[in-house]
Design a binder for this molecule. Structure first.
Ligand SMILES: Nc1ncnc2c1ncn2[C@@H]1O[C@H](COP(=O)(O)OP(=O)(O)OP(=O)(O)O)[C@@H](O)[C@H]1O
Length: 340
């Protein structure tokens, strides 16, 4: 189990991480979701030992690892751009770590060959060892990078936006493969991404990094349907977050959230009595095939969305620039402390 306690990292006046508390349990696929610049890469670099925190402790199974040199931490790192050696073959790239690691390097060629073959087999690249890394596809390069990390049998594998360099089809396939490989190995993976879909698809658990802290860490379905903070709700890209005062005084000074699919629209003054409602101007619609999105602007400038699944169309024809009432049941509401 990897534990981070009160980790902070500053760069001059920039606070990249501000008291991060975070646990990656054993044998878990953990997603770390955060916007660009939220400190995801910094967090991985601190865990790997490429940088040290200004404050806080990092430990594995209760043993401190902060302050230890990276090669003594037993942590694998898969870089976003894969960082393969272009002049070496696939097998030589994978074997490199075994041959040249600082602790316990291997020199027995047949053992190196066996372990390299085993790692290539694990990632589905049996028979590709002799190829140059320039003569394989992007997805295969990704797998070489993974094999090169796994061959050294790390205690935990850190993956920095591992699917970012792949096209959409390949990304979907690699998602399945990464999960399957991790399950076979029983090692924890910490997968950093800016995509909520990727984080929710991949993770047994998903942690959200916002404002330099972990704002929530939960199972994907819990995080998606019960965000505990407005930041977590915003990261799901399925919730409208806005000032409760827009719905009347009872909710003023509270930030509230309502899911896109749990809000409805009607002509002004016709919202059901038992629903909460607010006024908003219709901006535009977006048709995405199975779903249609409608965008509104509330009186304080907040942008709100309603999603309509075309199997059950329920939206009336809306006129751009016209005011409507948006309404929802109080059961659909999540309330957070503090003003929006
Ligand atoms: N070496 C550095 N010197 C100064 N500021 C830095 C340094 N590294 C990171 N930062 C700052 O720290 C913050 C977090 O950066 P980081 O790269 O960890 O974010 P990220 O979430 O990985 O972003 P992205 O998804 O865009 O890669 C940013 O504001 C960044 O500008």
């Amino acid at each position: 189990m990897l534990t981070l306690s009160q980790i902070s990292r500053f760069y001059g006046d920039t606070v990249a991480l501000d008291g991060v508390d975070f646990v990656v349990p054993e044998d878990t696929y953990m997603s770390l979701l955060g916007a660009s610049g939220s400190g995801k890469t910094t967090l991985l670099r601190l865990i790997a030992g490429f940088e040290e925190p200004n404050h806080g402790e990092i430990s594995i199974n209760s043993k401190r690892i902060d302050g230890q040199a990276p090669h003594l931490r037993d942590i694998g790192f898969v870089f976003q751009n894969f960082a393969l050696f272009p002049h070496l073959s696939v097998a030589e790239n994978v074997a490199f770590g075994l041959r040249y690691r600082a602790e316990n390097p291997l020199s027995n060629n047949s053992e190196i060959l066996d372990r390299t073959q085993e790692a290539l087999k694990l990632v589905g690249l049996d028979g590709f060892g002799h190829r140059g890394v320039g003569a394989i596809s992007g997805g295969q390069r990704q797998r070489v990078a993974l094999a090169r990390t796994l061959v050294c049998e790390p205690r935990i594998v850190l993956l920095d936006e591992p699917l970012g360099a792949l096209d959409a089809n390949l990304r979907a396939r690699m998602c399945d493969e990464l999960r399957a490989i991790r399950e076979r190995l029983g090692v924890s993976f910490l997968h950093v991404t800016g995509s909520e879909t990727e984080a929710l698809t991949m993770g047994d658990e998903v942690a959200v990094l916002a404002n330099g802290r972990i704002t929530q860490s939960d199972a994907p379905d819990t995080l998606f349907s019960q965000p505990r903070t407005a930041e977590a709700a915003r990261h799901m890209n399925a919730w409208n977050t806005f000032d409760g005062g827009l719905c009347g005084d009872a909710l003023s000074n509270q930030e509230i959230a309502v899911r896109f699919d749990q809000m409805e629209v009607c002509a002004p003054g016709t919202a059901p009595q038992d629903h909460l409602s607010l006024k908003a101007q219709y901006l535009t619609g977006e048709f995405n095939g199975p779903t249609a999105l409608s965008f509104f602007r509330a009186s304080d400038g907040s942008l709100l969305q309603i999603i309509d699944h075309l199997s059950q169309p329920r939206l009336p024809d809306l006129i751009e620039g016209q005011d409507y009432d948006l309404h929802f049941s109080s059961n659909a509401l999540r309330q957070f402390h503090g003003a929006a």
